[in-house]
Ligand binder design. Structure first.
Ligand code: NAP
Length: 337
């Protein structure tokens, strides 16, 4: 029997790269959509460039999606591409809606015309819950996005549900409502990675090549790190555990929605404390708060109830919070040595 074929948009991102490794291990042929500005640097999949087929394109260009689908004819499509920072989405609302929202619809529509039997995974997010009254949140919790990113994701989520229930030509589109998941491949504009990279730069007494934060300043200046709201509460898991859930969802007979989460909540301050303790430093000597890093409208507390995923998929988070922090700090100690 021929190998299954998976097409991944956002293949060079955190999740795309772990999913690629996971699917290659399972014997899949994998292809991905990459933006032209990544011709020389494929980010998190540089080490896999010989093993995957790359199509240059953009979610804002339906033609580029169509050409890739015509040529590759995937059995499974994972739509992971997005402008994925909730904070940054406030300063680039239109692009966020066009890529993260309308871009997903382009994928659904082109797939319907070209590979109607393909199973599609849509990367939905816990950010769609906004500031929910119901804790923990599950698949039935009301959606009330509190930032442009989440609004764009809700649009894509609703369009996926509509396509799924279309009586004339139903599409298999499953939405994974994933809670935050992190790793050493997380973008440096996300708070967890900013913390672990800063810890590494401080511990290694690094003076040059310090990464920049969202407002273009080095993330560490004079031994200090600027963060937003230390009381923000999130349910943080480990990305490799979460990409396995994506694949499990597409092995089902029926498309559906699934919450994927650890069910454990921690504050940003707890993440900070844990990260500094890994290298034996006192976080209070290094952390400052700065309103630039606080979104205009707050989200959370976000805490997921993944009981449905456990029951139907047999999925559960394997990596604990402390292990996640330790993995990220150690990877950054090596990277920013
Ligand atoms: P990520 O690291 O930010 O990756 C996003 C990917 O999308 C990148 O490869 C990026 O390519 C690509 N992309 C951006 N704009 C594009 C466009 N116009 N056309 C084509 N590709 C484009 O995100 P992630 O953490 O892997 O997350 C994967 C997906 O899950 C995203 O949709 C995210 O919103 C969603 N999600 C993530 C989490 C989480 O905690 N990580 C939670 C829930 C949902 P470039 O490198 O060229 O920018």
């Amino acid at each position: 029997m021929a190998n299954k074929r998976a097409f991944i948009t956002g293949i060079s991102g955190q999740d795309g790269s772990y999913l690629t490794e996971f699917l290659l291990d399972k014997g899949y042929e994998v292809a991905g959509l990459v933006r032209r500005n990544a011709v020389l640097d494929l980010g998190n999949i540089n080490q896999l460039r010989e093993e995957v087929k790359i199509y240059y394109g953009d979610l804002q260009s339906p033609e580029s999606i169509a050409l890739a689908l015509y040529d590759f004819k995937p059995d499974e499509i994972y739509n992971l591409a997005a402008l994925s920072s909730p904070l940054a989405s406030f300063s680039d609302k239109v692009a966020t809606i066009m890529v993260t929202g309308v871009g997903a619809l382009h994928v659904f529509e082109r797939a319907k015309q070209i590979v109607p039997e393909a199973k599609i995974y849509q990367a939905s997010t816990s950010e769609m819950f906004g500031a929910p009254k119901q804790v923990p949140q599950n698949e039935d919790t009301s959606l009330a996005p509190a930032n442009p990113y989440a609004a764009a994701k809700e649009f894509a989520h609703r369009m996926a549900q509509i396509a799924r229930h279309d009586k004339k030509q139903p599409q298999f589109i499953t939405c994974g409502i994933l809670f935050n998941h992190e790793s050493p491949r997380r973008g440096l504009n996300f708070v967890t990675r900013k913390i672990t990279a800063s810890v590494a730069c401080i511990k290694n007494n690094r003076k040059e090549g310090i990464p920049l934060n969202e407002i273009g300043e080095p993330i560490v200046q004079n031994g200090k790190v600027k963060l937003g709201d230390l009381d923000a509460r999130r349910d943080w898991g480990y990305a490799p555990d979460y990409v396995k859930a994506m694949w499990m969802m597409l092995q089902q007979e029926k498309a559906d929605d699934f919450v994927i989460a650890t069910g454990e909540v921690h504050t940003v301050q707890e993440f900070v404390e844990e990260a500094f303790s890994v290298v034996g430093l006192d976080w209070k000597d290094h952390i400052e708060t700065d309103s630039h890093f606080v979104p205009p409208i707050q989200t959370g507390p976000l805490c997921g109830d993944a009981a449905k995923a456990k029951k139907i998929l047999g999925w559960g988070a394997e990596t604990k919070f402390k292990d996640l922090v330790r993995i990220m700090v150690h990877a950054d100690l090596a990277k920013f040595s």
